[in-house]
Design a protein around this ligand. Structure first.
Ligand SMILES: [Zn+2]
Length: 55
């Protein structure tokens, strides 16, 4: 699972496919609320805001 900015979505998808050998689901963090989990504010690979959850 990766929380990434828009620029790193493709990188996250590549890594996800490498790791799990399956296509990920993309969740827009700004449009989704989680009751039991707070997503990180920062991208996995840069200081940009985490906008997409790749899971
Ligand atoms: Zn990023």
């Amino acid at each position: 699972m990766y929380c990434v900015c828009k620029e790193h979505v493709e990188l996250a998808i590549d890594k996800f496919v490498d790791e799990y050998e399956d296509a990920p689901d993309l969740v827009n963090l700004s449009k989704t609320k989680f009751s039991a989990w707070t997503p990180p504010e920062r991208c996995e690979w840069c200081e940009g805001p985490a906008e997409i959850l790749v899971v």
